[in-house]
Design a protein around this ligand. Structure first.
Ligand code: EPZ
Length: 417
């Protein structure tokens, strides 16, 4: 099992360009299936989840090649509409291939994506919306067998929760459907707008993205395009958190500050200096950190659930009592026990975590519990006294491209062993 060894007590200091966004690259790779003609994606992060998505494209018969951070997909050799169990289990967010494969092939079979470390991860909203669009879905023996005998048709769909994945799947299925589709209570995350931007570059007709109502007019076909993946807003939060907790300073380039409007004020409340200019963010963490009022995770534009573990790690040394309420996932505090092993004072009751700031964290052996929980342990290790060894680092590799190289470039003493 791969591990990271981190020497604590060293200030993060330097400038770094933010990698492309995992949670945009994945739906964009799925969307390539809809295009007639080659698609080129720039700024695509080299992550295990992205490689898994490329394996699904290959399994469907598409060709997919990487050159640095540029991926070229030729979807015109697509010949299958089945995503096998092993690939689905490798990455549960493969469910986002459903809408695209249905749009291109008129049918799709994939094994039911299991739950994950964050909780059951149901897909009831995906299924109900696609059924409204004329998809016949049989769920048996763990397989979703989907077909549209009369073709996909536009529908007015109201989501009971602004689900990111369900919004993406509906957009993908609606691009080539007959007629108009309207999504009410759509997810507003920046990744949704990135997907709409990509699809419109391929000739789709989507508007309203970024708001709660998205309009899609079905077109006959989509064509080739060249597109650049947006920067990863959660990686930005992670790098800022590393500088804040180690008392350092960092400049993020190509970071799109507006995507983390709900997080930057939290760093300022902690006492950090935060300066935004164009696509860059500068953070100075030299002052002692102060506890913050209650943080509640919410759908965008609220505080992002993916930044919860990361900000919690920073708050472990913030003077006073901070309160976090996790409203999106049922089981997203698995990193707490590992942070407590490092000397943090955190108590969890249901959705609420209470963080009492401590003066010191201590390096020790810890285990990454999930992607963002692992990132939280890395941040804590950078500020701990002594050495920390973090196991199960493959979970972190799902969302952070060569994390040891990124942090090493801004002064961290970190190696993979
Ligand atoms: C996306 O997951 C992201 N993943 C997650 O990031 C992120 O935490 C989440 O959106 C929320 O922002 C990708 O984009 C690949 P949801 P997704 O559908 O689409 C419930 C990370 O760390 N729900 O908005 O699965 C669901 O159980 C990952 O990068 C239903 O009940 O999120 C959850 O409680 C983790 N029924 C809530 O909605 C459904 O049909 C939010 O889910 C769908 C969702």
């Amino acid at each position: 099992m791969q591990r990271l060894k981190i020497e604590g007590g060293i200030r993060i200091n330097g400038e770094i360009s933010v990698q492309g966004a995992k949670n945009s690259a994945l739906p964009l790779l799925s969307a390539c299936v809809l295009s007639r003609g080659k698609v080129t994606l720039h700024n695509c992060p080299r992550l295990s989840d992205v490689f898994a998505a490329c394996r699904i494209l290959t399994c469907l018969g598409c060709s997919c090649s990487f050159d640095g951070n540029t991926v070229t997909v030729d979807p015109d050799t697509i010949s299958r509409s089945y995503v096998p169990d092993d690939l689905m289990r490798e990455m549960r967010s493969s469910i986002v291939f459903l809408g695209a494969v249905l749009g291109r092939m008129g049918r799709c079979s994939l094994s039911f994506p299991g739950g994950c470390e964050l909780g059951p991860r149901p897909i009831d909203m995906h299924i109900s919306a696609l059924r409204q669009m004329g998809v016949v879905i049989k769920e048996e023996y763990g397989v979703l067998d989907c077909s549209c005998p009369k073709g996909l048709k536009g529908a007015k769909i109201s989501l009971s929760f602004p689900s990111v994945g369900a919004t993406e799947n509906i957009m993908l299925a609606a691009c080539l459907a007959k007629g108009d589709t309207v999504i009410y209570n759509a997810a507003r995350e920046p990744e949704i707008s990135d997907l709409a931007g990509f699809l419109n570059s391929c000739g789709a007709r989507i508007s309203g993205h970024g708001g709660s109502v998205i309009y899609i007019t079905g077109v006959r076909e989509l064509h080739d395009c060249e597109y650049s993946v947006m920067p990863d807003r959660i990686v930005s939060c992670t790098l800022l958190g590393a500088a804040a907790l180690t008392g350092g300073e960092i400049s993020l380039k190509n970071s799109r500050p507006q995507d983390i409007d709900a997080v930057l004020p939290v760093f300022e409340q902690m006492g950090c200096g935060v300066f935004v200019y164009d696509d860059n963010i500068y953070l100075n963490g030299k002052k002692a950190l102060k506890a913050v009022k209650t943080i509640r995770t919410m759908p965008y534009p609220g505080f992002p659930t993916d930044a919860q573990a990361i900000i919690m790690a920073v708050l472990t040394k913030a003077q006073g009592t901070s309160v976090i309420v996790e409203n999106i996932f049922e089981n997203r505090y698995r990193h707490v026990d590992e942070l407590v092993r490092m000397g943090a004072d955190i108590k969890v009751e249901g959705k609420v975590a209470v963080v009492e700031g401590v003066k010191r964290l201590f390096g020790t052996n810890v285990i990454a519990t999930d992607l963002r929980g692992g990132a939280a342990l890395i941040i804590a290790a950078l500020a701990a006294d002594g050495e920390t060894v973090i196991s199960n680092v493959k979970l972190v590799d799902r969302g952070y491209e060569n994390i040891e190289k990124q942090l090493g470039s801004v002064g961290a003493r970190i190696c993979r062993c």
